[in-house]
Write a protein that binds this ligand. Structure first.
Ligand code: GLY
Length: 377
């Protein structure tokens, strides 16, 4: 039999996803209180929210801004602003590195779409708070203050994502120190976090006295020498973003090396296992890592100089977006506690958030679709 069914166009797919997203996220707001944001589904299948201090608090307002950007629905805009403002105290947080994630997704998108100067001020204060965690001895921003396993100065690959807030603020307020901190963190991470094949360790622990690397480990991956799926996604996105923000070719080269490693290792449907090296029988997919990578691949396709590479990056991104938009991953409206995507993995070694929806999978999925639409003109 020859199938005559035509493949859905990416425009139609994007419209279909944003219809689901709008419905789900308008209802999601009714589940929240004045200081809570969506996190996931709990083990008893009920909706799980977080306080504003959880690292994911910026993703719901950020996704709302993306839905508003696509739909221009004023009701969504009102909810975007309302949920963004919940995060106001985050600008003063100095005991954790996630300020960049939290504020850039919420206030950052809010400022980009509205030009609201109050949002810009919050972003600047947040960048200054984040920069207090930088040490010129180690050359990196400290990720966590809590100490396990004898750590002295732990830095995780995820931290690359926080640099976007610093780069934004350095440009918007003409502050060279913030750019210096971001570039130095990216350079030190490039030197110490990567293996020869461009896969990355999750955590590098530094000696705060002289800056030497004390150990390289995993926290959320399968083993110290394995490639944790989302960690590879943060690395790809982080160096692609740093090239966009600085135009420094070494970041582009590094992002392409990571991308090529991923192209050779991703499953055919484009969605990574929670860890690339997880043994058989333990192979949950992580939709969040697929969504983050898709967004980064689309952006990278606009920067790569080799035409073949551009095509490869765009086509893996399209594959990932099509898989995520399939019924296996995309929720039916009214189900999935109003999250958009199913099947992400938060922290498998801790048996926490395994095969559940996660607010950041939704966020990067919507971002990737918008980026793809722009890339296609
Ligand atoms: N930044 C924490 C995580 O990716 O799980």
């Amino acid at each position: 039999l020859i199938s005559c069914s035509k493949q859905e166009s990416m425009d139609a797919l994007t419209a279909r996803v944003f219809t689901v997203a709008e419905q789900q996220y308008l209802t999601m707001d009714t589940r929240l209180e004045v200081t809570t944001l969506p996190q996931s589904i709990a083990s008893d299948s009920t909706f799980k929210s977080s306080t504003i201090y959880w690292w994911c608090s910026g993703f719901y307002p950020g996704s709302l801004w993306y839905i508003y950007e696509y739909t221009q629905n004023e009701a969504v805009k009102t909810l975007s602003a309302k949920n963004t403002l919940k995060l106001d105290p985050i600008q003063y947080v100095t005991n954790d590195h996630d300020v960049g994630f939290q504020l850039n997704c919420s206030y950052g998108n809010g400022f980009r779409l509205t030009g609201n100067e109050d949002y810009k001020k919050v972003l600047y204060q947040g960048a200054q708070s984040l920069a207090t965690r930088f040490s010129s001895v180690t050359g990196v921003i400290r990720s966590w203050d809590f100490l396990r396993r004898g750590w002295k100065y732990p830095v995780i690959i995820d931290n690359m994502m926080n640099l976007e807030l610093l780069m934004f603020a350095s440009k918007a307020f003409d502050n060279d120190t913030l750019e210096y901190v971001a570039r130095t963190h990216a350079n030190t991470t490039l030197k110490n976090h990567f293996r020869k094949d461009y896969s990355s360790y999750h955590l590098v622990d530094y000696d705060p006295e002289d800056g030497h690397v004390r150990s390289r480990q995993t926290v959320q991956g399968y083993s110290n020498e394995s490639s944790w799926g989302r960690g590879q996604a943060w690395a790809l996105y982080g160096y692609t973003m740093m090239f966009r923000m600085t135009r420094d070719e070494k970041y582009l080269e590094h992002a392409e090396n990571i991308a090529d490693m991923l192209l050779s290792r991703l499953p055919v449907d484009g969605i990574p296992y929670w860890d690339f090296d997880a043994p058989n029988g333990n192979e949950y997919r992580d939709a969040s890592a697929g969504a983050i990578m898709a967004s980064a691949f689309v952006e990278l396709s606009g920067f790569a100089t080799d035409e073949k590479a551009r095509q490869n990056y765009l086509s893996i991104a399209e594959k990932q977006l099509r898989t995520l938009a399939s019924s296996h991953y995309l929720a039916e409206p009214g189900t999935n506690c109003n999250f958009i995507l199913k099947h992400s993995v938060g922290n498998l070694p801790e048996k926490s958030e395994v095969d559940v929806p996660l607010s950041y999978a939704d966020y990067y999925f919507l971002e990737a679709l918008l980026r793809y639409k722009k890339a296609m003109g």
